[in-house]
Design a protein around this ligand. Structure first.
Ligand SMILES: Nc1ncnc2c1ncn2[C@@H]1O[C@H](COP(=O)(O)OP(=O)(O)O)[C@@H](O)[C@H]1O
Ligand SMILES: [Mg+2]
Length: 329
């Protein structure tokens, strides 16, 4: 199906089936965390993915990495369909991708020294075998991410947050992947070290041509480093396109509200302005209609019955999923 280079998700779907106690009863709920999401990223390019906490961003990242199996849809790495691979073939293909998580403390094994953490995947793939090679490779990776060589003997709790995230980045780049999913890579860090981690990620991309999917709630960061952006709401992409088009001239009511809420952004994620009523949680269970309709100031009858498709906006270059976006300013 796909001949171009790139990492792609085609119509990805992931529902979580959960049981919840309500009084004396157990109620089954379906969380439609990712519902028909498509996108692609190319080498040397950064695609941004923004949206409130709980809208499905990390689930998209995990589907791409094959850490989660999608219920539907496919993941492509260049011309290889990852969703139809298993065993050795999948393991090989996975080596071309890696992920950096928000919480470096949780992402690192507290009982492993840095030297073992950073070369873990190379050892698993039997790309390095001797103790001397492991040490030399660990030292080389420390240089790559700007850490002193003697830090390889430390445990994660003996490092600062910024140093731990550098170790996570060293591990992510160790197998020379083509694509890296960056899931809120700086949001758990002090403001003072965020810039350093971003420059490191940019330098590595310039040197090695990584394609990044940057999941972030930091709109100014996305504006600064992404070429294109997708805005997700309750499992669906509501707006996507060139970063300048989408962020300078948002066409979906949700993107417009999201950009106005930037000032209230917390380190834990985007909190929409108090004035926007409703909750994301309920919207994730909706089948038909626009999931933003409960909070949308422009919602009308059709928004409850018909799901708006993502389509090119008449007045701009971006794609928008809204029945009325053409008539909104
Ligand atoms: N393993 C899981 N089991 C059940 N529900 C999950 C699971 N992972 C995520 N979810 C739910 O799916 C929705 C999307 O989660 P997530 O992708 O982590 O959002 P985000 O990264 O945008 O904050 C949330 O409602 C979350 O609670
Ligand atoms: Mg997340």
């Amino acid at each position: 199906m796909s001949e171009e280079a790139g990492l792609k998700l085609v119509e990805g779907v992931k529902y979580f089936h959960i049981s919840q106690a309500v009084g004396l009863k157990t109620v089954k709920r379906v969380i439609r965390a990712v519902d028909g999401v498509s996108f692609s990223t190319m080498p040397s390019e950064t695609v941004g993915l923004v949206g409130e906490s709980g809208c499905g961003k990390s689930t998209v990242g995990k589907i791409l990495m094959r850490l989660l199996n999608p219920d539907n849809g496919s993941v492509w790495l260049d011309d290889l369909c990852l969703t139809s691979l298993s065993g050795e073939a999948l393991r090989k293909a996975r080596a071309k991708m890696s992920m950096v998580f928000q919480d470096s403390t949780a992402a690192l094994n507290p009982r492993q020294r840095v030297a073992d953490i950073v070369v873990e995947s190379l050892v698993a793939q039997r790309r390095i075998k001797t103790v001397a090679d492991r040490r030399a490779e660990a030292v080389r990776l420390m240089q790559t991410v700007g850490l002193p060589a003697d830090m390889i003997y430390r445990y994660p709790h003996e490092l600062s947050g910024g140093q731990r995230q550098r170790v996570c980045i060293a591990r992510a780049v160790s197998g020379e992947p083509s694509y890296i999913v960056l899931d809120e890579p700086t949001s758990a860090l002090d403001v003072s070290v965020r810039g350093q981690i971003i420059s490191l990620l940019r330098d590595l991309q310039n040197e090695r041509g990584f394609g990044y999917l940057l999941i972030s709630h930091d709109i100014s960061l996305v504006k600064h480093i992404c070429k294109s952006v997708m805005v997700m709401y309750a499992g669906r992409v509501v707006e996507s396109g060139d970063v300048v088009d989408v962020l300078s001239n948002p066409r979906h009511p949700y993107t417009q509200i999201l950009l106005k809420s930037v000032l209230t952004t917390q380190s834990t994620g985007i909190q929409l302005a108090q004035s926007v009523k409703g909750e994301l949680g309920n919207a994730l269970e909706e089948m038909a209609g626009c999931r933003f309709r409960f909070r949308c100031p422009y919602a009308r009858e059709i928004c409850s019955s018909t799901t708006p498709e993502l389509a090119v906006h008449s007045g701009g270059n971006q794609n928008v999923a809204c029945h009325f976006s053409d008539s909104l300013s």
